[in-house]
Design a binder for this molecule. Structure first.
Ligand SMILES: Nc1ncnc2c1ncn2[C@@H]1O[C@H](COP(=O)(O)OP(=O)(O)OP(=O)(O)O)[C@@H](O)[C@H]1O
Length: 244
């Protein structure tokens, strides 16, 4: 990413971010609420047109040459509606067919994905009737079916139960071990510290730090370093009226 910027009216959501994500890395993107993570990832994946800046994926400009760039990635967007009048099985199948895969391969991979996401029993249920965590998981399965080079996952673990989260972490670690690249946004520092090899911290649309997790956190925990970089811990008094 080079000089990516986006404003909404007066609000500068992303203020010229440049970031290199090495191929084969497991990259965490962290920042407080409203920092600009979703906006930056949406621009990076071709979902939201930047005001300025460019993004390349394996040398392909995402905005100049979107089709080959998009073929290489799988995206789990945050807050984007799925086709939720399909069943889980139909949705994942549809994602595979949209990618131009043949029906047999799509059927086989859909079965595998629904199994590892623990959605087999609910495969025939409408996505509209899924819980938040189930919806995340079916979105993740849809992002992975074409075995992309790059997975961009906005808050993949939000609302996902611990067992499913552990399964997904294992799948992602395996995917990276086999040469894939993952970018995840998350608020859970402990998870990012354990799971990712690189991390970028953004706040108020600016990149505050980026590098390997050890470089960014130094001698501290990632959480302490994050609070130090981002600031904003409200000291002391709290809500004096909130007592029983
Ligand atoms: N479509 C929009 N119209 C107006 N303002 C927007 C829009 N999308 C985002 N913003 C604003 O841009 C800023 C960055 O939002 P963004 O969703 O990128 O943050 P985030 O880091 O993903 O936050 P969170 O961690 O809470 O999901 C916020 O101030 C938000 O209100």
């Amino acid at each position: 990413m080079r000089g990516l910027a986006k404003r909404f009216g007066e609000k500068v959501a992303v203020n010229g971010i440049s970031l290199d994500v090495p191929a084969g890395s497991f990259y965490g993107l962290v920042g407080p609420n409203g920092a600009g993570k979703t906006t930056a990832l949406s621009m990076a994946t071709g979902l939201l047109r930047p005001d300025q800046g460019q993004v390349w994926i394996h040398g392909t400009d995402v905005w100049q040459d979107p089709l080959p760039a998009k073929r290489r990635m799988g995206v789990l967007a945050d807050g984007v509606r799925l086709f939720d009048r399909l069943t889980g099985e139909q949705l994942v199948t549809y994602a595979g067919l949209l990618r131009g895969m043949d029906r047999d391969t799509v059927a086989e991979r859909t079965r595998d994905l629904l199994r590892v996401m623990d959605l087999e029993a609910d495969a025939g249920k409408l996505v509209a009737d899924y819980s938040a965590g189930m919806t995340k998981k079916v979105g993740l399965a849809s992002a992975m079916i074409h075995a992309p080079h790059l997975l961009v996952l906005d808050e993949p673990f939000e609302a996902v139960d611990p067992v499913s989260a552990a399964n997904i972490r294992e799948i992602l670690a395996q995917y990276v071990a086999n040469g894939g690249t993952v970018i995840v946004s998350s608020h859970v520092m402990d998870l990012v510290q354990r799971m990712c090899d690189h991390v970028a911290v953004i706040a108020q649309g600016n990149l505050l730090a980026a590098g390997t997790v050890d470089e960014v956190r130094g001698e501290q925990s990632l959480e302490d370093r994050f609070v130090e970089l981002v600031g904003g811990r409200s000291s002391g008094e709290g809500l004096s009226w909130l007592r029983t």
